[in-house]
Design a protein around this ligand. Structure first.
Ligand code: SAH
Length: 249
């Protein structure tokens, strides 16, 4: 899978994504991450990429033309590489749909994605209308630029690309899978600061461990993200367990 990021700060994007699991996937050739500097596409001799907003108001707005030329160049290169389909273009914006795990899964099916990172006050609306297919936010807060959000998305999407996680790291039991948060994890030593690892985890009894973990998932989700539970697939016994928890609460 190929990610291309249109940004004013390509080093930020590349250096943030070349470590750990994502860096390993890039090195193994399972995914590729390219960051293209929008500033390289300005015709202005001072390399300006932004200007004052029409109608007045605070801050600067990124101009349409450099972003459009940058996009065109990325498309040209990708069609030279044999890609026929026009890739989706995701504009990172606090005004977009909030990113989540199921979006990450869906986007992981694409062969190629382009991200547009805004800066300053934002981007001239006309170029957004012209090239953007999806507007995505990472949450209800305003950041200085789209780089961190694009990095967040690329990390989460990459984990859903087959081969990026090893079997041991498998995303199968992770938070949000099946609309539940993950169960608590423990590692050695067996006792730390007087706190013991739950007995059942040392028992080697797989069915009991599985049951305990599911119950912990339900408990945690009810406690902090109860709205997720309506979409969770629970067995009859698990539903009863949930009802009991609600009563105690
Ligand atoms: N004036 C705009 C915010 C601009 S913030 C508004 O009020 O809507 C500058 C840039 O940072 C945006 O263009 C966007 O690319 C990025 N950004 C800021 N917050 C974001 C968020 N929550 N999710 C995704 N991108 C964000």
């Amino acid at each position: 899978m190929k990610f291309t990021v249109m940004t004013l700060f390509p080093e930020m994007v590349l250096s943030g994504l070349n470590t750990s699991i994502i860096g390993r996937a890039v090195n193994a050739g399972i995914i590729s991450i390219d960051a293209v500097n929008i500033r390289d596409y300005t015709n202005d001799k001072h390399k300006h990429v932004d200007d004052y907003p029409y109608g007045g108001g605070a801050g600067m707005v990124m101009m349409a033309e450099p972003i459009y030329l940058c996009y065109k160049d990325i498309l040209d290169k990708s069609s030279q590489d044999g890609s026929e389909k026009k890739p989706r273009v995701i504009y990172m914006t606090p005004q977009g749909k909030t990113f989540n795990q199921s979006m990450a899964k869906e986007l992981a099916k694409e062969e190629e994605l382009i991200f547009l990172c805004g800066h300053y006050e934002g981007v001239d609306e006309r170029v957004l209308e012209e090239i953007v297919t999806d507007e995505v936010s990472v949450g209800d807060y305003v950041l200085s630029g789209g780089e961190l959000p694009a990095m967040v998305m690329i990390d989460a999407i990459s984990r859903m690309v087959p081969g990026v996680l090893t079997n041991e790291e498998s995303g199968m039991n992770e938070s949000f899978e099946g609309n539940l948060l993950e169960y608590p994890q423990y590692t050695r030593p067996e006792e730390w600061m007087g706190k013991k690892v739950p007995e059942v985890l040392l028992s080697g009894h797989h069915a009991n461990i599985e049951k305990w973990r599911r119950e912990k998932q339900i408990e945690k989700t009810l406690k902090v993200r109860p709205e997720l539970l309506s979409g969770a697939e629970l067995s009859k016994k698990e539903k009863d367990f949930l009802e009991q928890l609600k009563k105690i609460k």
